[in-house]
Design a protein around this ligand. Sequence first.
Ligand code: WT7
Length: 636
Amino acid sequence: MAVRINSFEQYKEDYKLSVENPEAFWAGVADTFTWKKKWDKVLEWNFTEPKVEWFKGAQLNITENCLDRHLATKGDAIAYVWESNDVNEANRTLTYKQLHEEVCKFANVLKSNGVKKGDRVCMYMPMVPELAIACLAAARIGAIHSVVFAGFSAQALCDRISDAKVEVVITSDGNFRGNKDIPVKAIVDEAIKNLDFVRKSIVFKRTGGPVIMKEGRDIWWSDEMATASPVCEATPVDAEDPLFILYTSGSTGQPKGVVHTTAGYMVSTYYTFLNAFQYNEGELYFCTADIGWITGHSYMMYGPLLAGASSVMFEGVPTYPDAGRFWQIVEKLKVNIFYTAPTAIRALEAFGLEFVNKYDLSSLRALGSVGEPINVEAWNWYNDYIGKGNCPIVDTYWQTETGAFMITPIAGITPTKPAYATLPLPGVQLAIMDAEGKEILGNDVEGNLCVKFPWPSMIRTTYGDHERCRQTYFSAYPGYYFTGDGCKRDEDGYYRITGRVDDVINVSGHRMGTAEVENAINEHKNVIESAIVGYPHDIKGQGIYAYVICDHVPENADVLRKEILDIVTKIIGPIAKPDKIQIVPGLPKTRSGKIMRRILRKVAEGDVSSLGDTSTLLDPSVVDAIVEGALVPIKQ
Ligand code: WT7
């Protein structure tokens, strides 16, 4: 079996093999890696506990596969070209040889600061190569990285550091984002001020802004690296040893730490990267995601490095210094594969074609989309004006929990269809479920999306709370992994994701639990209760609509709104700020106290004509008051 899929026919054959004999299929992929010791058994699993073990008995180190094994053949090839936020600052390039050396050095820094195998290390950093270096260095010594997106607030960071009992935090002085200089170190200081178990904070100097270094705890990255040895044996770990924790939102108020383990994650990220993008040696790949999200983990770090690919890492934002920045980078560096989120596509589309047409985009061969359903209009714009009709668009459907692509076209090999993620990759066995919890067979059907057989990069547990993992993903449909997404399979068997069916909203590709935002809003002293729903938003995909019940009528509703936005920013971060806040006298609740979000969603959408049956509500009159209030334009 060739690992790389070269034709639609081969896709079909490989898919068939992966279903008929999953162990042989995945062993075929796994055989291409460097192992310290090969596995005793390819797969053991049950979805009841759940317990899933891939390549049990094997020993390896993922960084040997990302770095060491490329040195002989492509040591001088580029691993990363780093593009600054500042359009005038020179690029930094890191070859595989240089990246290997930096990783080994920083691995020694971690060791000399007492980090051992199995310890958790938190990274809260801007998009600089040192973030990837820090993660790989942790993996080099068998430590577990937990990257927290640098847009989260001090409190959100504190929660995540506490949950994972992190003793060492890697950060930077500041973060250049557009024309802002965000004081990253100060946010970390605030987050860990009461956490005595955080022993060390290693600070990379990026902006040169003022920082306070706490004696005995805070040390500079450059001081440590100056004396670190460039030689560091890779620590062997077991196939199922955790590689990283990444926190993500669900239907409850508390984010959960999704745990990914080593061997399976390695095999899946490599296989999916290589195939979906059809990466060719020498090509330059540009993924715009932040390493703080799963896309950055799987497709900025591990997938591309495992494939020996060359990647662009961009520090800044798509609209700085203007809305042509992505395309300026594509032209300047001659990018071949470009991978971004629908929200960015829609935002840039709104700025107009003058920012696109200034640049030569002829180097592009394939485009990717991720994070939320891409609407037909955005798909067409991306296809026509960025790809010039010549670049297949891979609409990659997956999740933090799946670790790697599940449903996606294979660039230039399998067909694309606007707004469709199309077909499952080999190894991915999907099921669409009906309201009774039974699998719906055949085509031209719609329901909830599940997976019925394990794949190597699937979630193993939620950190420190396995029951939560079982409850969230394996209890709705016994024997199946439930994605939380609704989905349609059309008459040709192609899949289109229709969006979340749980209390999770997707705002600009960022996943958010409604309960999380509600909990934050409820911290306001004048708020008794709140309810959050998503509503269609032209750029963000979904906007956040907040209904709040106040204890007393606020003197000035605008002041209240501003205070609510400040609280949400403080507790979660600016990405969770509601777009609209409506003060309501009550919420539509059933007699058992459940909020009928269906009604709130309709009102938020502006569709008040068909609110459906409200007779089961405790107080149906509340609906009239909400509708009335919604008709008054809400000022932000
Ligand atoms: C949720 C996962 C996967 C990396 C980024 C987000 C939605 C993701 C697509 C797509 C339609 C998509 C789903 C999924 N989603 N990709 N191509 N088409 N929906 O990761 O934060 O774990 O969110 O994002 O709703 O469940 P995440």
